[in-house]
Write a protein that binds this ligand. Structure first.
Ligand SMILES: NC(=O)c1ccc[n+]([C@@H]2O[C@H](COP(=O)([O-])OP(=O)(O)OC[C@H]3O[C@@H](n4cnc5c(N)ncnc54)[C@H](OP(=O)(O)O)[C@@H]3O)[C@@H](O)[C@H]2O)c1
Length: 387
């Protein structure tokens, strides 16, 4: 049985935003979620809230976008990969309004199923940064309705939203409007993505019914451990990490190799994180350690990296990108893999020596003077609406 950790108090730095005495958001959180592992298929599932279970490995669909160019090629191939994952019990998918084509193809796949309710689709609402200041209820409703229509559903299972710039007012408006949509039945559960701890806590203190936070979390990027995991434990928020394999860097493929000369956008993004923790040699030291543990368990480096993330207390489920080939069988093996005390201790000892990227969640990515911001596309919602 997998249970959430005992709550710990956290101190959020520089919390100049204070919640007013009366809560501004009318909706109460769904009943407290005490994680329960439920057995519905081959793959481990976990209840995010009572009566809503997801697979502990979520199928990430960013890799399917033309912009990324990493996933299976044709639509038929993608649909076959989806079916194979679901057959093996990996029933939960992560997509976004800004992952071009992902909601449409998931909608098509869902309609093809004998029981469309056998899968769970998590999408995102990511407003355009350039017009963030102009976001109003009409635009929010339109974005939400587009996602509902593309997915072919009356209700979105989990809607995760993002806010690019905390200096631009509007998070409250967006939150209030999404809570309104939740009350109207268009959204089952609400989550956020790439929020820092201060702003997530601010919304939660005001009674926003947020149940998940999607963020980068891996053996290379342990920023969540600075403040966010404490907040998650205290406020009963499930962390849904991406970047668990650092776009493929945390696999056997890069052990003993030089840093690649050409990289897709995903690898560029994670390569910058590697630089934050000590550079290519730091990655090699980590890979050597993971490779030794993998050999002992007769498995692969990516399985050890993924298992480590799954075992972290705040983590309900991890998101693994749908790669160029199906990894359903590998993911089943991952569910059965157990790290022992010796593995955990050697990983912990190594992590003591490895830097953690600076700041809170997504601070680096929001720093307009730094290198991380440059590879992030911030105005994709509108672009996605072009024919
Ligand atoms: N909220 C956000 O800002 C955000 C950002 C990034 C991602 N995400 C979400 O997270 C998902 C995962 O993206 P990511 O960036 O974290 O990528 P990732 O899962 O770290 O890396 C995926 C890549 O690793 C390789 N790989 C090796 N072993 C694998 C295995 N067992 N399972 C899956 N892939 C394996 C695959 O490459 P090959 O197939 O080429 O070998 C695949 O393209 C995305 O699809 C998206 O849903 C969210």
């Amino acid at each position: 049985m997998w249970t959430s950790p005992a709550p710990t108090r956290i101190v959020v730095p520089d919390l100049e935003l204070r919640a007013p005495a009366s809560r501004r958001f009318a909706t109460a959180r769904p009943p407290s979620s005490h994680y329960r592992l439920v057995s519905v298929s081959d793959a481990d599932h976990v209840e995010l809230v009572p009566d809503y279970a997801i697979s502990r490995v979520i199928n990430g669909c960013w890799q399917l976008t033309p912009d990324h160019g990493g996933g299976p090629g044709s639509e038929n191939e993608i649909l076959r990969t989806f079916a194979e994952l679901v057959d093996h019990g990996f029933t939960t998918f992560d997509c976004a309004d800004i992952y071009a084509g992902s909601e449409e193809i998931l909608g098509k796949f869902r309609r093809s199923l004998p029981d469309p309710h056998s899968i769970q689709i998590h999408t995102k609402l990511v407003p355009n940064k350039a017009s963030l200041h102009e976001l109003n209820d009409r635009k929010i409703d339109a974005a939400l309705n587009r996602s509902l229509q593309k997915l072919g559903v009356d209700q979105i299972d989990l809607l995760q939203y993002h806010w690019w710039d905390y200096d631009v007012p509007g998070i409250d408006r967006l939150t209030r409007r999404l809570l309104h949509a939740q009350n109207a039945g268009k959204i089952r559960l609400l989550g956020v993505t790439n929020f820092n701890t201060k702003h997530l806590q601010y919304l939660l203190d005001d009674g926003a019914s947020i149940v998940t936070m999607q963020a980068q979390y891996s053996l290379l990027d342990r920023r969540p451990e600075r403040y966010m995991t404490g907040c998650c434990a205290e406020k009963n928020i499930s962390l849904l990490p991406y970047g668990v394999l650092a776009g493929g860097f945390l696999t056997d493929r890069y052990l003993g190799r030089a840093s690649p000369a050409t990289m897709n956008r995903s690898l560029q993004k994670y390569r910058l994180i590697i630089d934050e923790v000590g550079g290519w040699s730091a990655l090699q030291h980590l890979l050597e350690l993971l490779s030794g543990i993998a050999t002992k368990h007769d498995t692969t480096v990516d399985a050890i990296a993924a298992r480590w993330a799954l075992d972290q207390p705040a983590v309900a489920a991890i998101i693994l990108g749908i790669g160029s080939r199906s990894r359903a069988q590998q993911n089943v093996a991952l569910d059965h893999l157990q790290l022992d005390d010796e593995d955990r201790q050697s990983i912990a000892a190594h992590l003591e020596t490895q830097a953690i990227p600076p700041g809170d969640m997504y601070d680096l990515e929001r720093d307009t003077d730094g290198p991380h911001t440059k590879i992030i596309k911030v105005n994709l919602q509108d672009a996605n609406e072009r024919p």
